[in-house]
Design a protein around this ligand. Structure first.
Ligand code: MD6
Ligand code: FE
Length: 181
């Protein structure tokens, strides 16, 4: 809500993406596939990433074995309603040095369960599918840095009851990905 809050972005061809998005730290623009301090759609500056969020991401990353630590300067927040989805893609708009070092992404899921697909190609039929439930953390780094991945669908009414009651969270799924440019 408010400046820099959720909006429905479009791809370069003008098609709306099937989710709502906002960026913290730096704005990621899906139309130009580039990062900047403000977003083209309304000129809003990306709000800062709360320190408590960074701490959660870094703690999760240091608990997982083998990946270098990052100092996240970008957090992309996606909100999926129950019809939300995201096609198989690679995340390769970060800096050359971040990509060659294989610096990890830390992805945190909240709310409804989603089916996450990943694989070596853009072919959905060959992708491996796993459920990401509320509270799951997924880290992609090193050799998996340029993996194709996406969300095939969100499973209706799978948010833990305690979470709905404690937060009033709307139906749907929130995903935060922490990155270092
Ligand atoms: C999602 N996530 O989980 C979409 N990208 O809703 C991503 O596209 C993603 O989870 C890079 C690294 C981790 C991710
Ligand atoms: Fe991605």
């Amino acid at each position: 809500m408010g400046p820099g809050g959720f909006y429905r972005p479009s791809y370069k061809n003008g098609a709306k993406i099937s989710l709502w998005m906002m960026s913290l730290g730096k704005n990621w623009d899906p139309t130009t596939r580039s990062y900047g301090p403000t977003r083209p759609i309304d000129g809003a500056r990306a709000p800062a990433i709360p320190e408590a969020f960074k701490m959660i991401a870094q703690t999760a990353n240091s608990t997982a074995n083998g990946f270098p630590q990052i100092n996240p300067d970008i957090c992309i927040v996606n909100y999926y309603t129950n019809s939300g989805k995201l096609g198989l893609h690679q995340d390769k708009d970060e800096s050359e040095s971040s990509l060659t070092k294989g610096l990890p992404f830390i992805s945190i899921s909240i709310g409804d369960t989603a089916e996450f697909m990943f694989g070596d190609t853009r072919d959905k039929d060959q992708a491996t599918k796993i459920d990401l439930e509320s509270g799951d953390v997924l880290i992609l780094g090193g050799e998996s840095r340029l993996l194709f991945h996406g969300i095939s669908h969100v499973k209706t009414n799978t948010t833990p009851t305690w979470l709905k009651e404690a937060t009033g969270l709307r139906p749907g799924r929130i995903n935060l990905t922490f990155r270092q440019h």
